[in-house]
Every structure is written in structure tokens, then in C-alpha cells.
Ligand binder design. Structure first.
Ligand SMILES: [Zn+2]
Ligand SMILES: [Zn+2]
Length: 184
């Protein structure tokens, strides 16, 4: 029996084997999977690159919904899923963005203007999984070339298109006075 403890010398081959290799876009023709398949992984070591590519290949890649805090500069500048440091920190410290180890890193290929545009579309596709309102905020940031995290006060969580903070306060105080009126 192959399940017998200590029996490592099984002779029969595995029973169930896929006849065709797994295809991540077999039943998913969405923009996101197309973009992920052409996504360039850089700034990481080859081991981490393989890990991230494995996630894309087997449909395990989940893009970030909002920028994540960088473990080095502690700004919300991490835009790529599964990385822990932001690109500026990674290039200045010469470390892998995922495992933070120094060493041989995969370099970003030098892009032409057209390719640059394509990369931007990829990032936008990653942001496409955001709720509509947050996505519009992020898109405006990309268009304005404003680095996310440069404005500390306005984070993705607190920014709101429809009403300003003073509006909210007005509404809140109105609520409170109503409550007071009911109490008396
Ligand atoms: Zn950083
Ligand atoms: Zn690494």
C-alpha cells in the first residue's frame, strides 16, 4: 500500500493525471487575466519572480485593492501584490521587493513610449478590481502622475468624491441636534 508509513518506494504511477495542462484563461477571457499574463515582474529576485509567476499561471494572483504600506519607508506606496517594499525603496537599497534580500535582481526592461502606455494600462487593470468610486480616485491619481502616498492626509480609505469632511460634520451635527430635540 502506498499510504503505508515509511513506504516511499511506490512503483505504480499516480492514478489521476490531467490530460491537458492547466490554462488560466480557459474560462476567463476578462481584461484582468489578459493583463496579468503579460505583466512584467521586476525588482525581485529570481526565486520571488518564479513564485509570483506561479500565482499568475495557476490563477492564484489577487491584485491589491489599495496601495499597501511599504515595510521600509512606511508609506502607502506598494502597488504590486505580494511585494512588501515599494519600488523606490527596492532600487535605492538594492533589495528584492518581496523577500527583502540583497542580491541578483530582475531588472525592468527599458520601455519605449508605447510600452510605457501599455504598462500603465496594466496597472489600471489591476486597479479595475476596486469599487467604482475608489477606482476613479486612483485613476485620477495615475493621470495626474501623483505618487500614491505623497499626500498623507488623503488616503484611499478616507477620500470621498461625493462629500467633503465639512459636509459630513454638518450632517453629523444636524443628527445630534435632532437627537437632542427628541430627548427633551
Ligand atoms: Zn518604500
Ligand atoms: Zn526575493
Amino acid at each position: 500500500m502506498s499510504s503505508q508509513k515509511g513506504n516511499t518506494a511506490r512503483t505504480r504511477p499516480q492514478k489521476h493525471k490531467n490530460s491537458r495542462a492547466f490554462k488560466n484563461n480557459q474560462n476567463d477571457r476578462t481584461n484582468l487575466i489578459q493583463m496579468l499574463n503579460s505583466l512584467e515582474i521586476f525588482g525581485v529576485c529570481t526565486r520571488c519572480k518564479d513564485q509570483i509567476e506561479w500565482r499568475i499561471k495557476y490563477k492564484k494572483y489577487k491584485p491589491l485593492a489599495a496601495p499597501k504600506k511599504c515595510v521600509k519607508c512606511e508609506q502607502k506606496t506598494v502597488k504590486r501584490a505580494y511585494t512588501t517594499a515599494c519600488e523606490p525603496c527596492g532600487s535605492s537599497l538594492q533589495i528584492c521587493l518581496k523577500c527583502l534580500q540583497p542580491g541578483e535582481l530582475v531588472q525592468k526592461t527599458v520601455l519605449s513610449a508605447a510600452e510605457e502606455n501599455k504598462q500603465r494600462q496594466q496597472l489600471e487593470a489591476e486597479l479595475g478590481t476596486l469599487p467604482e468610486r475608489k477606482r476613479r480616485t486612483a485613476e485620477r491619481r495615475i493621470q495626474a502622475e501623483m505618487p500614491i502616498g505623497a499626500t498623507n492626509q488623503v488616503t484611499l480609505e478616507s477620500s470621498d468624491d461625493s462629500e467633503s469632511d465639512s459636509d459630513k460634520e454638518d450632517r453629523l451635527s444636524a443628527c445630534c441636534s435632532e437627537q437632542e430635540a427628541l430627548d427633551t
